[in-house]
Ligand binder design. Structure first.
Ligand code: ATP
Length: 237
């Protein structure tokens, strides 16, 4: 099966039981939102998938292949690419150099150039700023660069951690539009967001997690209409 399957994952940080039998799926071609409050276990879920954190039990299957406890580089090579929270761009490197770093596991230089050109076509603002230092970009531009860099590694599924964090509403909308465009080009997305409203606008399905486990799931339309979601995550609107 193409896509991602997270099955009954448990993660402990010392005495903290951060994930408790966490299960979810992302089908090939889907955008799936992962919603939950601070500390619910959203980032831990992404880190367990990308191999940054070792689960104590459970498994992660990508494209029919188990990748639990696989090294992070091998997971990136398989096409599962994590864009961590806080848009970690290299601030003293130029936009172009940041994008080149996305290709660090790709041998074929011509392929890297092709992918960077595609990112520039998708994000003309980055093309205009290709020689500008990453740290001098606006917050929204840095988020676009972080996603652009991930695209250069050739993802088939992107793990996006809070891309809307700290951005003004209009900028959030353009980041979400970028995620939608990337998905339309065939990349599946697992989207962690505190901004449930923005996430459910572009997601096909979503899960709500509390205390390290999934307590609710459904289509984006179902979740938008669910009174528990409206009250807890959509500001009671
Ligand atoms: P946020 O939206 O605030 O980022 P989150 O849903 O992503 O929250 P996690 O970062 O996954 O939540 O954290 C889940 C739980 O695990 C929290 O109780 C957190 O304090 C704990 N935790 C996370 N990372 C560590 C760590 N490195 N060491 C110890 N505890 C940790």
């Amino acid at each position: 099966m193409a896509g991602l399957e997270i099955d009954a994952l448990d993660v402990h940080y010392g005495g903290v039981h951060a994930l408790r039998g966490m299960s979810l799926t992302v089908q090939d071609g889907e955008i799936v939102a992962l919603l939950g409050n601070n500390g619910a276990g959203k980032t831990t879920t992404l880190s367990a998938v990308s191999g940054l954190v070792r689960p104590t039990s459970g498994k992660v299957v990508f494209d029919g292949r188990e990748v639990t406890r696989t090294k992070p580089e091998a997971i990136v090579k398989a096409g599962l690419v994590h864009v961590p929270e806080g848009r970690r761009v290299f601030s003293t490197l130029t936009v172009h150099e940041n994008l080149q770093i996305g290709g660090y596991l790709v041998r074929d230089q011509a392929e890297i150039r092709k992918r960077i050109d595609r990112v520039y076509a998708l994000l003309p603002r980055l093309a205009e700023r290709r020689s500008q230092q990453g740290g001098t970009l606006s917050g929204g531009e840095q988020q676009m660069l972080a996603i652009g860099r991930a695209l250069v590694s050739g993802p088939r599924l992107l793990l996006l951690d809070e891309p809307s964090m700290g951005l003004a509403p209009l900028v959030v909308a353009s980041v979400m539009e970028l995620v939608r465009e990337v998905n339309a080009e065939g990349v599946s997305v697992l989207l962690v967001e505190q901004n449930a409203k923005a996430a459910l606008k572009i997601a096909h399905r979503g899960y709500v997690i509390e205390n390290g486990e999934c307590v609710l799931d459904g289509s984006a339309a179902e979740l938008r209409g669910d009174s528990r979601v409206v009250e807890a995550y959509l500001g009671g609107l």
